[in-house]
Design a protein around this ligand. Structure first.
Ligand SMILES: [Zn+2]
Length: 297
């Protein structure tokens, strides 16, 4: 059994009555649950678990602490005494260095990979702008994937289709469909025990309150999930999707929201995951224990 964790930045469960909720404007096959309606069952027998992003700390949930919590199981907001936005601080990096999900899996003999392809330019920026996921890999000395890997169908770009790499002149890559990006994650699942993928654009679009871009992003995510779920043996593997806080589901405001986030689970261990996950803190321990559960059961 292998597990894929798809991390989307800034996707919450919003109201079905809100016209500025892009999920009411484009009917996703997967994001079918609303805070006041909809359906917790979605395509490919997925189950949506409303997940608490607050971490028992006042205020709007933020990225650095939320992502550290997702990728370690440690309550980063409590450790910091507040929600921290943006990228991990030295204290958060230390938590990740000690408790990274990839490090926990390495200790029980499991092989992880990060599906995102990096540009060399990424590492020219100061370490204070490195993502939580980058520190998650470094903690376990997992090799990075690069633009060459994207061109060889061995990595996926953060925007799924490679358009942003071309538009920003970051490298020479072919545009691909989001469906193809999903199929690539499916291939990586056959070669690794744990595959992480990160899509940060949903949060950016939410801050910009851009409905057209939001609908386009949801369409891309639907194509991506169709590619992944149709190319994966769901009797063998498990797929989870989650987010660190709400944002894109309410374009009436340019901040994060106080909504729960959707954790969507598909495949072999989905019922087990449903029984274990209710907050961001449950993601890492549940993934680690589901490997152990799988070995013993
Ligand atoms: Zn944000």
């Amino acid at each position: 059994m292998s597990i894929a964790l798809l991390f989307l930045d800034g996707v919450g469960i919003g109201s079905i009555k809100n016209e500025l909720n892009p999920f009411t404007q484009f009917q996703s096959k997967y994001f079918t649950l609303f805070s006041d309606g909809g359906n917790s069952r979605c395509a490919y027998d997925g189950i949506i678990i409303p997940t608490n992003p607050f971490l028992d700390v006042e205020g709007l949930p933020q990225s650095a602490t939320g992502q550290t919590a997702i990728f370690t199981g440690i309550n980063a907001s409590k450790e910091m005494g507040r929600h921290v936005s943006g990228f991990p601080t030295p204290t958060l990096r230390k938590i990740i260095a000690e408790h990274s999900i990839m490090l926990q899996l390495k200790k029980i003999g499991l092989k992880s990979t990060f599906a995102n392809g990096y540009t060399p330019q990424y590492f020219e920026r100061s370490q204070q702008f490195w993502s939580a996921s980058t520190w998650v890999m470094k903690a376990a000395e997992v090799p990075f994937r690069w633009l060459d890997d994207i061109n060889n169908d061995k990595a996926v770009s953060p925007d799924l289709t490679n358009e942003f790499i071309v538009q920003r002149g970051l490298g020479n890559v072919q545009i691909r469909t989001a469906k193809k990006a999903g199929e690539i994650i499916g291939t990586l699942l056959e070669e690794n025990d744990f595959v992480l993928y990160e899509h940060p654009f949903s949060d950016k679009i939410g801050h910009e309150k851009n409905m057209e871009a939001a609908i386009d992003d949801i369409k891309k995510l639907d194509g991506f999930l169709a590619g992944l779920l149709s190319s994966t043996d769901l009797s063998k593997h498990t797929i989870l999707l989650t987010s660190d806080h709400g944002n894109i589901e309410d374009l009436s405001i340019d901040t994060h929201t106080k909504n729960n986030v959707p954790t969507i689970v598909w495949g072999k261990q989905r019922e087990y995951l449903v029984s274990k996950i209710s907050s961001l803190l449950d993601i890492t321990p549940t993934i680690v224990s589901s490997f152990q559960f799988s070995v013993s059961g």
